[in-house]
Every structure is written in structure tokens, then in C-alpha cells.
Design a protein. Structure first.
Length: 335
């Protein structure tokens, strides 16, 4: 089964590019930018990052980004992820990036997106992996700052497929950014929002995403199972979920495997993703392997998870169909 998963054509829809910053690259960029790190080895760097909740994770996560200063830094970051993803047979990825995490410390928006874009274009040409960018707003910043970031993104509109909302959910409901998302929709962006697991007011936040924001997707979101009517409405609208089992296990001590099983049984459009793999020590293949072990998923169910991902991706229909054909051929070849 591990071999089957390794060869499976994959689509990843919940991946924070800043969360792919491996310690080896962190040391390399720190040296290039004259930054002293508080540890001397890769092992020390890994051991220094400890957390037991979403909030404690985010503290270290944002501190780690300080080594990202120049366009070549962001190019190197995205290139490293895309090489790894291609080695795991990821055919297509939608990549979150957090411009406010960089502009708030003096790194211009232009530097961030040009580095990421260059890596994506090169990877498609040399590795055969395709990717698009999703710009996320940090929900613990103001809605005004989010709107300013949205306006700053417009010259690069063709490089960005959609916008999202991430970071600390406590006291930062989706409706805080209602006007920002309305303007983003007007500008042609597709919409997604993080509804992290087991947060305060989780169901209300998911309801706001569906009924107020009008999202195209929900990131995480397994708490939706607590509301039968909300599940029905999401099914009616065809909204998909990008869940991340290994990261669930880090922030809650629970993969939420049974919830994923229930979502599958309810025919919700659930997908498996890696979130911040450098911190959670598992890329998309490892996430699929772990959830397969927990749930004893069949090969057909694993194919269906990837079918869900390609279907809810923000690709043109003809491109989706090409990937789905490849996926179907792989499934048939393996019985």
C-alpha cells in the first residue's frame, strides 16, 4: 500500500510555502543574509521548535521566517518544496503564501511574489509539476491591513488564483473580513478560509464562511460534522475540505481520523494535505500513508481522495480532466 500511495498522482491544496522552510535551508539563508541563528546545528533547530497548540505553533512559525529577506530567498524556498512535491508524484499544488508576514517586517510584496512565481514557472518547465498561488490574509491583523494587501496584489492578479484567511482564529471570525472578501470576489479571486479544528465558535465560523463570505473551499473544517444542517448545505453547494491529518495530531494530539472517515462516508469532498510539512515532519505522501494506516483505506478510497482534490482544485476543466484521466489509468493499472 505504501508503494501504491508513493506512485499515486497527487494534488495538494493546503500547503503553506513558509511552512516548508526546512532547517537546512534556514541555515543557508541565514548565512547568506548575515543572520545569527540561536542554534548551531540542524538537529538543534528541529528540537528547538516545540508547541502544543495552534497559538504556540504560530509564535515559532513566524519567528522562523526572519531569514526570508530577498527575492532569491523566496525562489529557493518555493523551489525546494516543488522539487520535494514532484518527487512524491504531486502533479499540481495550490500554494498558500502570507505576504503580511513579510511586509509587516519590511520585506516588499514585490520581492515575495516574484521569487515564488519564478520558482513555479521553472518547476513546471523542468519538473512537470504545475502550481498556483493563494494569497492569505493574517486574521490577527486588521481588516484594513488585509484590504491594503488585497489592493497591493492587484498588479499581480494573473499570478494569484485566489485568497485565503489563516493564522490565529481566536477572536478573529471570518465576518471580520467580509468586505475584504467581497472586494476579492469582485476582482475575480476565488475564496477559501481556514476553519481550524476544535477552535472556539468553530461551527459559527464555518457557517459564516458558507452563508456570509460564500467560500469556494474550507481549509480544515472537520468540526462541520457537529451540525447536520450545515453538512447538508455544504454538500448542496459542492464545497470541498482540505484536511491535514498529521498537523491535526500535532496541535490536538488527534489525527481526526474518525472525522475524516465520517466525511468520506457522507460523500463530502474531503482531501488530504500536508499543511506545514517542515514543522510537522510529513509531506503529502506521509499524510496519506498515516491516514491509510489509521483507517485501513482501500486503494479505491485513496484514488477517490485524489479525485476529490483535482475536482475541487482551481484549475480549468480541461486541465482537471487530463489529471483525472491519468489518475484513473493509475487506478486501473493497479486493479
Amino acid at each position: 500500500m505504501d508503494d501504491f500511495i508513493a506512485g499515486l498522482p497527487k494534488c495538494e491544496l493546503h500547503l503553506h510555502i513558509e511552512g516548508t522552510l526546512e532547517p537546512e535551508l534556514k541555515f543557508e539563508l541565514a548565512a547568506a543574509n548575515g543572520i545569527d541563528l540561536p542554534y548551531s546545528t540542524v538537529e538543534e533547530a528541529r528540537n528547538a521548535f516545540t508547541f502544543n497548540s495552534l497559538s504556540s505553533f504560530l509564535v515559532g512559525y513566524y519567528e522562523g521566517m526572519d531569514v526570508l529577506r530577498t527575492e532569491p530567498d523566496f525562489y529557493a524556498l518555493a523551489s525546494a518544496y516543488l522539487r520535494k512535491a514532484a518527487s512524491q508524484n504531486v502533479r499540481y499544488a495550490e500554494i498558500f503564501f502570507d505576504p503580511q508576514a513579510h511586509t509587516s517586517r519590511g520585506v516588499p510584496f514585490d520581492i515575495v511574489i516574484r521569487g515564488l512565481r519564478r520558482a513555479i514557472m521553472e518547476a513546471e518547465r523542468t519538473l512537470g509539476i504545475r502550481a498556483q498561488l493563494i494569497m492569505c490574509f493574517l486574521r490577527d491583523f486588521s481588516a484594513e491591513y488585509a484590504m491594503a494587501t488585497l489592493l497591493e496584489s492587484l498588479p499581480y492578479r494573473e499570478w494569484i488564483v485566489g485568497v485565503g484567511l489563516d493564522s490565529d482564529e481566536r477572536g478573529n471570525p471570518p465576518v471580520k473580513f467580509e468586505k475584504v472578501f467581497a472586494r476579492a470576489r469582485q476582482e475575480g479571486y476565488l475564496l477559501t478560509v481556514h476553519c481550524d479544528i476544535d477552535q472556539e465558535n468553530s461551527i459559527e465560523h464555518i457557517r459564516q464562511c458558507v452563508e456570509v463570505i460564500g467560500v469556494d473551499r474550507i481549509d480544515h473544517g472537520s468540526n462541520v460534522l457537529e451540525d447536520e444542517q450545515l453538512v447538508k448545505e455544504i454538500k448542496r453547494r459542492g464545497i470541498g475540505f482540505t484536511v491535514c491529518p498529521v498537523s491535526n495530531g500535532f496541535v490536538t494530539d488527534d489525527f481526526k481520523a474518525e472525522e475524516i472517515r465520517r466525511m468520506m462516508d457522507l460523500d463530502l469532498r474531503v482531501t488530504i494535505n500536508s499543511d506545514d510539512p517542515a514543522y510537522f515532519l510529513a509531506y503529502v505522501t506521509e499524510n496519506l500513508q498515516r491516514i491509510q494506516e489509521r483507517l485501513q483505506l482501500t486503494a479505491a478510497e485513496l484514488v477517490q481522495l485524489q479525485r476529490n482534490a483535482f475536482e475541487i482544485s482551481w484549475l480549468p476543466r480541461t486541465v482537471k480532466d487530463a489529471y483525472l484521466t491519468e489518475l484513473g489509468e493509475y487506478g486501473r493499472a493497479h486493479g
